[in-house]
Design a protein around this ligand. Structure first.
Ligand SMILES: Cc1ncc(COP(=O)(O)O)c(C=O)c1O
Length: 377
């Protein structure tokens, strides 16, 4: 069997007809950028998440940059964030002139540890940027309490958690502003790059709407601020609208697969993801942890099962962030996660036979290890 980490061709089969029909219509009408489908997508994401204002943009990294720009983050400002995430969570802070300050993650779910976050706050802290890693919503109750106490705005990087809910509230509605990505491999992945900013604050929503188009307001060619060109194409928005209708069922299937894996792997010497409830984790990635990660990955690859490592090097140890002066040992939980984490395929189109094959592939690795120990005794 050959099992890829994600199967976009299989996903496309289920949406092909509607996407091709819509593309044809867009091409006939030639309204190509920020038109009816961008608007429809924004409305649908508002309905899905509960966010009052949604602004589509070119990609998730831009969504983060636009969020930080709207909050006025600039040179000299510190933003506390997690070191265990995709690169652009932190690069966006540097790109607007700010300084990322990394607070270590918690063991349980690899999301930022609220107590460490609070210790990292200084007089220069102008925002907190949390990431709902792998699709699991952070402990927003504690995080919002800390932010409130210090009067600091919160940005949610929800690029991996669209559709997740905690305590009835959707990812992207806890903080002041949120950024998501529609990169093709995301839970809601487009047919190219794409992103969106979500916010409950109309002042921030208005700013992002202008910042997305060169800082222009209602008057053409009058620039109120220095913004980006970060518009979304209609063709991409249309494809996302079609796929969004399936997001809830895709997320549900991911959760069921995660539960199935947990049930069949729980006796192995593996750290499995915790499923606290039915909604707060949408399993963008299903990540197990073992000190024998590299050997397990190799074993699975030999069986045709492709896995992923998210992420092999925490951000505080990335060459480009050496100017921050951090070294190995400074954020030990993130470093340990980078050494031990392995993402097992969890995409919604996985067949039962493939899930069973993955489970038996993982089990055979540990059974073989037991046999080797016995033979050496
Ligand atoms: C946690 C996180 N933040 C930000 C991004 C950036 O999104 P994009 O690739 O659309 O720029 C991604 C995805 O790649 C991500 O996983």
């Amino acid at each position: 069997m050959n099992i890829p980490p994600i199967n976009l061709k299989a996903q496309f089969k289920g949406v092909k007809k509607d996407i091709l029909k819509g593309i044809r219509q867009i091409l006939e009408e030639q309204k190509l950028i920020l038109g009816q489908y961008c608007q429809e997508l924004e409305e649908q994401v508002s309905a899905t998440t509960g966010a009052a204002h949604t602004i589509s943009c070119a990609n998730g990294t831009d969504a983060l940059i636009l969020s930080l720009m709207a909050l006025g983050i600039g040179p000299g400002d510190e933003v506390v964030t997690t070191p265990y995430t995709f690169f652009s969570t932190a690069s966006s802070i540097s790109l607007v002139g700010g300084r990322p300050v990394f607070a270590d993650i918690q063991e349980s779910d690899m999301n930022i540890d609220p107590s460490k976050l609070e210790k990292a706050i200084t007089a220069k802290t102008k925002a907190i940027l949390v990431v709902h890693l792998f699709g699991k919503i952070c402990d927003m109750k504690k995080i919002m309490a800390i932010a409130g106490k210090h009067g600091i705005p919160v940005v949610e990087d929800m690029a991996q958690a669209l559709g997740a809910r905690r305590g009835g509230a959707g990812a992207g509605t806890f903080g002041d502003i949120a950024a998501t990505s529609f990169y093709p491999t995301k839970n809601l992945g487009g047919i190219g790059e794409g992103g969106m900013v979500l916010t409950r604050r109309s002042d921030l929503g208005d700013r992002v709407r202008k910042l997305r188009v060169h800082g222009m307001g209602d008057k053409p060619y009058i620039h109120e601020m220095i913004g980006l060109n970060s518009r979304l194409d209609e063709i991409k928005a249309l494809a996302l609208c079609v796929k969004l209708k399936k997001l809830a069922s895709w997320n549900k299937t991911r959760l069921e697969t995660a539960g199935y894996y947990n049930m069949h792997l729980r006796d192995l010497p593996l750290v499995l993801p915790i499923i606290e409830d039915e909604t707060s984790h949408i399993f963008h990635h299903y990540v197990v942890r073992t000190v024998r990660r590299d050997a397990l990955q190799l074993h699975l690859r030999e069986k045709g099962i492709m896995t992923g490592i998210y992420y092999p090097l925490p951000l505080h140890l990335q060459p480009c962030f050496s100017y921050l002066g951090l070294k190995e040992g400074d954020l030990p939980i993130a470093e340990e996660a980078a050494r031990t984490s392995l993402a097992i395929p969890v995409f919604p189109e996985l067949r039962k036979s493939e899930k069973d094959y993955i489970i038996s592939g993982i089990r055979s690795f540990f059974e073989k290890a037991d046999e080797d120990i016995e033979n050496n005794q």
